[in-house]
Write a protein that binds this ligand. Structure first.
Ligand SMILES: [Zn+2]
Length: 243
């Protein structure tokens, strides 16, 4: 596979739909909760968010799939009305353990988003690194969290997004065994119909040109080789679990 293709090789016998960019958004506007170390770079101002949505609207069929991670209160307070105004849909990857906490979505908000036609995905329970979880933590992060979100959304939860974009072979094995259809990552590039679906993260400090690249799933040539090696490592390295 050439490193520039930006996606996994198709498995034999399957028809691959056209690859599409996927973007990740986090919080919008002023955070209403204490942020994790290093998290502030992922927040966009409301003006940046509106400009991104305007650009997406103009892209027509080339528009990226929109995803939100972490379940910040701004998903409902700011994003939902702006998406609806433009007739856009987004997938919200939520954390069951944060629901109802200040600055995060409430349980009722999950139902509201789902009923408005926005798919809900799993981001876990406590926003922890999914690599090397013990059996108890895997149950909490994958099974219990999924059940709670599924109950609130009134829909099956079939997609997951790895916190911090971190995953390994064990993560893939676990999620597949539980019947998930896809793992969304932060590996950049285009996403096809394969299990691992790279996403392009938007950051508040990005220039307009960088936003444009992310919306198109464009990976700069200097980053391609590094990205390819990173993805291969995560997929293939031997499984190690914390004892
Ligand atoms: Zn996250």
């Amino acid at each position: 596979m050439p490193p520039s293709s930006g996606r996994e090789p198709p498995s034999s016998g399957t028809v691959t739909a056209a690859a599409r960019p996927v973007i990740i958004l986090h919080g919008i506007g002023a955070p209403q909760r204490p942020l994790e170390p290093g998290e502030e770079v992922f927040w966009l101002s409301q003006a940046q968010f509106l400009a991104v949505l305007d650009d997406i609207e103009k892209m027509g069929p080339a528009a990226p799939l929109i995803t939100f991670d972490d379940g910040n209160a701004s998903d409902l307070a700011i994003a939902l009305p702006e998406l609806e105004r433009r007739n856009l849909k987004a997938t919200f990857f939520l954390l069951s353990g944060r629901l109802g906490q200040p600055g995060s979505l409430t349980e009722a908000d999950v139902t509201t988003l789902a009923q408005a036609g926005h798919p809900i995905g799993l981001h876990g329970c406590d926003h922890v690194d999914w690599r090397g979880l013990d059996a108890q933590a895997r149950k909490r992060e994958f099974i219990t969290a999924r059940e709670k979100l599924s109950d609130l959304a009134g829909q099956k939860i079939e997609t997951a997004a790895a916190p911090f974009g971190l995953y390994n072979r064990q993560t893939l094995q676990d999620l597949r065994a539980l019947g998930f259809q896809a793992l969304y990552t932060s590996d950049r590039g285009l996403a096809g119909e394969h299990f691992i679906r790279p996403r392009n993260c938007l950051e508040g400090g990005m220039t307009e040109a960088r936003f444009g690249e992310a919306l198109r799933g464009h990976v700069r040539p200097t980053r391609r080789a590094r990205r390819f090696l990173g993805v291969a490592r995560k997929r293939l390295l031997p499984i190690r679990t914390r004892s």
